[in-house]
Design a protein around this ligand. Sequence first.
Ligand SMILES: Cc1cc2nc3c(=O)[nH]c(=O)nc-3n(C[C@H](O)[C@H](O)[C@H](O)COP(=O)(O)OP(=O)(O)OC[C@H]3O[C@@H](n4cnc5c(N)ncnc54)[C@H](O)[C@@H]3O)c2cc1C
Length: 455
Amino acid sequence: MGSNRRSAITVEHMTALPSTPDMYDLRMSEAARPLYEKVKAFIAEEIEPKTAEFFRLGEGREDHWGYGEGQLELLDSIKIKAKEVGLWNFFLPDAETGEGLSNLDYAYIAVELGKNPIASECLNCSAPDTGNMEVLERVGTPEQKEQWLKPLLDGEIRSAYIMTEPDMPSSDAKQLACRAIRDGDEYVITGEKYWSSGAGDPRCKIMIVMVQTDPDGPVHRRQSQILVPRDTPGVEIRGAMHVFGEDDAPHGHMHIRFNNVRVPASNMLWGEGKGFEISQLRLGPGRIHHCMRSVGAAEKALELMVKRGITREAFGKRIANLGKNPEVIAKARIEIESMRRMVLTAAKAMDELGNAEARVWVSAVKAMVPIRTCQIVDEAIQIHGGTGVSQWTPLARMYASQRTLRLADGPDEVHWFVVGRSEIASTEEAARDYNPKETFYAEKGSDSAVAFSGP
Ligand SMILES: Cc1cc2nc3c(=O)[nH]c(=O)nc-3n(C[C@H](O)[C@H](O)[C@H](O)COP(=O)(O)OP(=O)(O)OC[C@H]3O[C@@H](n4cnc5c(N)ncnc54)[C@H](O)[C@@H]3O)c2cc1C
């Protein structure tokens, strides 16, 4: 299977969304098809039947920030099986550590992962570990890889990615203020972060933290990323942020203070000042992986919407056939297919053009998919009536997750801005001589403004 890191090739036209002649061939490669089929079968046979049990075992557990009796054992038993049958780490583009899947092929598989809440973790393909592993794989030193990448790849530990700060607008990461100051062979970290997803999990052992190392340097060189073991003295987990009233324990989105936290200087990733470059490296694939899984979530919501609609009657009709509900169902299917094609095209753009050149495609799908998936989940809730927001369907949890995705990894507006700015820039040249009055009316020899100006 080919690498997904081909360098940019000839771009057909410069528009906001660059394309190549091959970009609209969205077929999965023949080489990836057996893996895709195996993943689908594994989810159906090994994960789906155990998912409800996994959550049931967590109910009423003694330690709110731990796991219930038997819960991790159940999860680990699925992970061991997944590893045995080779369904492991295939998110990694590098053929040595992962399957060497192209982004396009991975997109098909990630849609399947998005249909089940624990499938990604069972196959060691879940965020934020995936992005962290990819960073370590790409820029980690041999020692960093040995200490942190290896256990992550083995699924033995989990990790967090920590950027957002309560006192700074994190959509403008240039302003992030958590400081790391070099002191001999160490860095001393001081500052406050929140929304650190996964940092509540007792299995979370390592955190990649965005820190300011050079406040007076060039704007894009001020930030760095550094490895901080979660049990380092001075790491104060102050509590969990709630999402619509839920603390999402034990995963958690933690509020953390770094109180003079000392880590070895060798924990710096790729060198000082590389914070933004690392963000680009991880957020490109990370964002599109989220969107791929969101298409799967939308597909699941539509399936539940229709199942409920055709198995319950009101006013003498099946709910699916009442009022505008056929239209709601149709719109959801149409939206899903358009999202699927956008995601596949963006994935193909990454394969063809490289992550940097394809970044506007990634912003386009990030701006499109969570908001629309949210609407589809919302309609599925509506057709379920009260049951839709209850614990009897996964819809409430899915809604919260898709709604928060409109904020996480850059809010919608930032991505709309990226696409809009690029569209405007790509039209500047062509717009230079644009004058509607002369271009259209003059050509036809008529001037409607004069014709209608009265006596
Ligand atoms: C459930 C959840 C999980 C998260 N997990 C993580 C995590 O693991 N690690 C992590 O570091 N962060 C995480 N985040 C944080 C998330 O990435 C930030 O919330 C996001 O980047 C926005 O930053 P902010 O909240 O500071 O909003 P701000 O930067 O203050 O922005 C607020 C609003 O301003 C508007 N805005 C911003 N920029 C523009 C623009 N250019 N044009 C127009 N309007 C604009 C938007 O409406 C935006 O929502 C998570 C958030 C949630 C909700």
